[in-house]
Design a protein around this ligand. Structure first.
Ligand SMILES: [Mg+2]
Length: 173
């Protein structure tokens, strides 16, 4: 169960304290796409997101979109935000994550994964022993069959709450 508990939990990508991530030694941010950067219905990045990513680049972060979605979904975001991307990431499997970290030559302590799914994003990051940041999903609508994972997540959330390991809405960093 502990593998589902994020190191940091915030409301959205806009409420994360990125300076504090910098001071923890984080240099590379792996962002989930769907319901983390944008809801499914949005096909391109909006101005608010572009502005955030510009600021993050100015702070010196390397940004990589790390999504389980196909490349055709990620491409407009990769181009519009001028960042790198790894599609078909197969989270929570860590295989792609490890190869990305190796390819970009980062230490594990320098990488953080940010996403809306405990089951995919947070478990993947925790198993690989990088910093994990959970945010609340942007919209209710998800890809087909996501409900199966969400139902499991509901069960995980209840267990974590019972053990006082994690409570939804109780933010921390
Ligand atoms: Mg997601």
């Amino acid at each position: 169960m502990e593998k589902y508990v994020p190191d940091i939990y915030q409301k959205s990508i806009y409420s994360i304290n990125y300076d504090s991530l910098l001071s923890r030694g984080i240099k590379c941010l792996l962002f989930d796409l769907d319901n983390t950067l944008a809801p499914l219905k949005e096909k391109t990045p909006n101005e608010k997101l572009k502005k955030l990513f510009q600021e993050l680049k100015e702070k010196g972060f390397k940004i990589i979109i790390f999504t389980n979605s196909p490349k055709v979904r990620a491409k407009p975001f990769m181009e519009g935000l001028q960042v790198d991307c790894c599609a078909y990431a197969k989270k929570p499997s860590t295989a792609k994550l490890l190869s990305v970290i190796e390819m970009y030559k980062y230490n594990f302590s320098e990488v953080a994964i940010i996403g809306d799914s405990m089951i995919d994003d947070i478990a993947c990051g925790n198993i690989a022993e990088i910093t994990t940041v959970l945010i609340n999903r942007i919209a209710k609508r998800e890809y087909p069959l996501a409900w199966i994972k969400r139902r499991y997540e509901k069960h995980v959330l209840k267990k974590l709450r019972d053990k006082d390991l994690f409570t939804k809405g109780r933010y921390y960093e």
